[in-house]
Design a protein around this ligand. Structure first.
Ligand code: SF4
Length: 480
C-alpha cells in the first residue's frame, strides 16, 4: 500500500554528485510544470493510504516558487510534507532564514544532505540547520561516506534489507564514478533486491515526465496518462517484465531470464541490476526510462570519452546491418541528417553530394532504425560521406559494423581507397576513423566557415572551421 510519494520536482541540480541515482547536474533537463504538479497532488489526494509527500530532485530549491506553491497545496490537503535539499541556498545564516521563513509551519521534515560526496569545502548545512531550529522546522541530516573496500565487505556480511539502502548504493552515476577499485562478487550471488519492497511498495518516486518509479528507472505507470489510483490498484508485480524476475531471484534472475551478456562481477545487487537493465532499455522502453536515468556520462557536454570505453560503460545490444532500400529507411536517414546538420546536401572534396542519392547501410535494433552509413563509388575509389548512430545507441559496435560493411563493398569492387571528410571539431569521428585504419591525408582550411558564411560553434564548443580528409586503403590492410 503506497504511503509516501517522492516528487522529483526537477532533474536539475547545481551539483553533479558522483553517487547520484538520477544523474542530476546543472545540465540535466526536466522540471514539473505547475499544472502537472497540481494534477499530481489532486491525484494523490484521491488515494487514502498516502499521507506524506516529499519534494526532492535534483534540487527542489532551484524552483523555489513552484516548490512553495506545491507545499502549500499539499499541506492544505492534510498531507505531511518533506523536502530533500543540499542546502546550496543557505550561503549565510541570513540567507538561510530568507529561504526557510516562508516554509515554517508547512514542513514536517527538512532532510539536508551534508557530506564529502556533496561538498568539498563549502557546506551550508549548518546555516540551514540553524534557521530550521529558529523556525521550529523539524530537520534531519543525510550524511553518506565515500565507499571503501572495508565498507563493502562489511555490507556483504550483514546482508541487511533496508528500504532506500544505507550509504552509497550502486545504481545511476555511482556505477560509473565510484565502482572502480572496490571489491566485487560474481553476478549469480545477487539473488535478492535488498533495497526496495517491489511486491508491496510503500513509496514511489514520480518525475516531471509523469513516470512512476518503483526504483529509480523502473517504471510502473505514468500519472499523465492514467490516474495514479488506478495504476496502484492494478499494480501486478508478477506481470511486470523487469520486476517479476527480480522478485523471483534478484537481479541474477533478470540476467538469466533474458540471457544477458553481463555475467561478470559486481559490488552490490543494484550494480548488477542497473547494468542488466541498461541492456534491456531498448526492449522495454516503457518500463525502463527515462533515458536520463540511465544516461552515459560519456555523452554529456565535454565529458565525452574519446577513443575508449570504460568497462562500466559498455553496453551490448543485438542489431542488424542492412542495405538501405526501403522508402522509410531513406526517410529515416534524411530526417536524422536534417536533425544533426540541418541539411542533406554536403560540399566535400570540392564537389556536392546529395545524401538522398547515395548508397548506404542502415543499423536496426528490434525494428528501430538507429544509424546509417552513406557512400558513393566514384571511378576506382569510394567517398564515405558520413556514419551516424543515434546517441543512445552509441558504444555498442553499431558504427564499427556499418564501417565494416562499407569496407566490404570497397574490397569487393576492387577500389583503391575510401575517403571520408571529418570537420575539425568532430573529435569523436576523427578518433573513430583513425582507430579503424584511416589516415589523415589532406585538410581543407576554412571549408566549414566558407560553407556556412561564418564560423559556427561545433562539438565541445570548438570553432567549426576546417575539414579533415582521411583515407583508408584496402590493399594496405590486406597486406598486413
Ligand atoms: S536491486 Fe534493482 S530494484 Fe532492487 S534496489 Fe537495487 S536497483 Fe532497485
Amino acid at each position: 500500500m503506497i504511503k509516501q510519494i517522492h516528487i522529483l520536482l526537477t532533474y536539475k541540480c547545481i551539483l553533479e554528485c558522483d553517487h547520484c541515482f538520477v544523474f542530476s547536474s546543472p545540465n540535466a533537463e526536466g522540471v514539473f510544470t505547475f499544472e502537472n504538479l497540481k494534477e499530481l497532488l489532486y491525484q494523490i489526494k484521491r488515494i487514502k493510504s498516502i499521507d506524506t509527500v516529499y519534494f526532492e530532485g535534483g534540487e527542489p530549491f532551484l524552483y523555489y516558487p513552484l516548490m512553495v506553491k506545491g507545499i502549500e497545496i499539499a499541506k492544505n490537503m492534510g498531507l505531511k510534507v518533506g523536502i530533500v535539499t543540499n542546502a546550496y541556498w543557505a550561503i549565510t545564516p541570513e540567507d538561510a532564514k530568507i529561504y526557510l521563513e516562508p516554509l515554517k509551519d508547512k514542513i514536517d521534515d527538512l532532510s539536508i544532505s551534508s557530506d564529502k560526496l556533496h561538498w568539498d569545502e563549502e557546506d551550508y548545512a549548518q546555516n540551514a540547520i540553524k534557521a530550521a531550529k529558529e523556525f521550529n522546522i523539524p530537520y534531519s541530516v543525510i550524511s553518506l561516506e565515500v565507499p571503501t573496500p572495508q565498507m563493502i565487505k562489511k555490507r556483504w556480511k550483514e546482508k541487511k534489507k533496508t528500504i532506500g539502502g544505507e550509504g552509497v548504493i550502486f545504481k545511476g552515476r555511482a556505477v560509473y564514478r565510484l565502482s572502480q577499485g572496490l571489491p566485487k562478487k560474481v553476478w549469480h550471488e545477487f539473488t535478492e533486491c535488498l533495497y526496495e519492497d517491489l511486491e508491496n511498495p510503500e513509496r514511489v518516486h514520480i518525475d516531471p515526465y509523469g513516470n512512476i518509479h518503483i526504483c529509480q528507472g523502473i517504471i510502473i505507470g505514468n500519472f499523465l496518462k492514467n490516474e495514479l489510483k488506478e495504476i496502484f490498484e492494478s499494480y501486478n508485480p508478477k506481470s511486470h517484465p523487469i520486476i517479476k524476475p527480480i522478485i523471483k531471484g534478484g537481479p541474477a534472475e533478470l540476467v538469466k531470464e533474458y540471457n544477458l551478456d553481463c555475467k561478470g562481477e559486481y559490488i552490490d545487487c543494484c550494480h548488477l541490476c542497473f547494468t542488466a537493465r541498461k541492456m534491456l532499455m531498448s526492449k522495454f522502453k516503457q518500463f525502463l526510462c527515462p533515458e536520463n536515468m540511465y544516461f552515459d556520462p560519456a555523452f554529456q557536454g565535454n565529458k565525452f570519452f574519446i577513443g575508449y570505453i570504460p568497462a562500466e560503460m559498455k553496453r551490448e545490444v543485438k542489431f542488424d546491418i542492412k542495405e538501405i532500400s526501403e522508402k522509410d529507411e531513406r526517410e529515416f536517414v534524411i530526417n536524422m541528417l536534417k536533425d544533426i546538420f540541418g541539411e542533406i546536401e554536403f560540399f566535400e572534396f570540392n564537389k556536392w553530394y546529395n545524401a538522398g542519392e547515395l548508397d548506404g547501410f542502415i543499423g536496426v535494433v528490434e525494428k528501430e532504425y538507429v544509424g546509417f552509413a552513406l557512400y558513393k563509388i566514384e571511378d576506382n575509389f569510394m567517398t564515405l560521406l558520413t556514419i551516424n548512430v543515434k546517441e543512445n545507441y552509441r558504444r555498442m559496435g553499431i558504427g564499427s559494423a556499418l564501417l565494416d560493411k562499407v569496407k566490404e563493398v570497397a574490397k569487393k569492387n576492387g577500389l583503391r581507397f575510401i575517403r571520408v571528410p571529418v570537420s575539425n571539431d568532430d573529435l569523436i569521428s576523427y578518433v573513430f576513423y583513425l582507430k579503424n585504419g584511416f589516415k589523415l591525408y589532406d585538410v581543407d582550411i576554412g571549408l566549414c566557415e566558407r560553407r556556412h558564411g561564418k564560423e559556427l560553434k561545433g562539438f565541445f564548443g570548438l570553432p567549426l572551421r576546417d575539414e579533415f580528409y582521411l583515407k583508408w586503403e584496402p590493399r594496405r590492410e590486406i597486406k598486413k
